[in-house]
Design a protein around this ligand. Sequence first.
Ligand code: AOF
Ligand code: ZN
Length: 368
Amino acid sequence: MILSCHDDNFFMNYALRLAARNIGLTGKNPSVACVLVSNSKIVSYGVTGRGGSPHAEFVALNKIKKLPPNTVAYITLEPCSHVGNNPSCTAMLIKRQISKVVIATNDPNPLVNGSGIKILKDNGVVVEEGVNEPIANNIVLGFTQTIKGLNPEVNVKVASYQNGDTVSVDKKSWITNSLSRSYGHMLRSNHDAIVVGVNTVKLDNPSLDCRLPGLMDRSPVKVVIDSNLTTPMDSVLVKNADQTGLIIISKLKNNKDKVLQYEGEGVEVICVDAMENGFVNLNSALKVLRIKGLNRILIEGGSMLSSSFLDKGLVNLVYWFIANEESGNNKLLSYGDRYLHKLKKESKLKIKDSINLKNNKLEIFKVI
Ligand code: AOF
Ligand code: ZN
């Protein structure tokens, strides 16, 4: 049976939703999903596993011993054609006599890059490309950037009062509601690393964990940008470093004793070069994170650090949570706060999505 175009969209959408579930869980490998369909019915499905193995196609094909004739595979990324840590998915699809493969987007990995599609076609498999491609591209954006040697995907999280004043880092009590905070934790779960500045550690002493029920094991690596190595030894991040991982990125300096002290607590200290203003070079920091296989980075503050990343043109998306409270009008905005507002005013932040979170709102902006 030949499935219609309508079916292609439907099943690919289902596959894309599955792939989205494992974002932040698959290491430097992208999260991919494969849905096997026969007679308009799903007969199996798979998503890339934790740490990037097994591949989605392997999971889907291994769940079912005998495939019905004319099975169609809906795959969110072109199947791999090489043997790496995992066997070639293209070879597996051919061996299992899949009749048609519908693909959302091509694999930018130079080891694949169209060869998966070519091999399938050469072996008589019908291939349909580009179905719901923009959604798939968003899911694999961090991977696409890093495989090309570019910086990881960098997203910034900000919270502000209704009148636009950004929540200052010294504000201990929450102004956003619990739904906004849950969404914030969900963002933590689908990024590979959370980055904060050392001042946020000193003022808030955060744990930066994902505390959503069922997703607690998805807490990403924590990173502190700390030019002068002053992260407090008794901070929650340092105390938990052994279990949850902590990287401190500092500028080049001879402070071996301090480094050894942090390392004794299970912290990894990495030194990079400094910018003219004496702070850590953020481009170099991102390069270090890319080399460590961290493809999606969430900047959680403070506003100075976020605005520095924005100023250098390093940010992909801004997640802006808006509370239902007004701030007092005597609040002075920090430089970082003012910079964020300036970008918004100058239309450098293009609205991509707006989500209602009870009496709060989340606006997602693409940085242009
Ligand atoms: C797929 N299905 O689920 C994923 C793919 O070292 P390996 O063997 O794991 O290969 C890694 C590459 O495979 C990765 O860079 C990307 O090109 C592709 N990812 N391919 O067929 C999957 N995650
Ligand atoms: Zn594969």
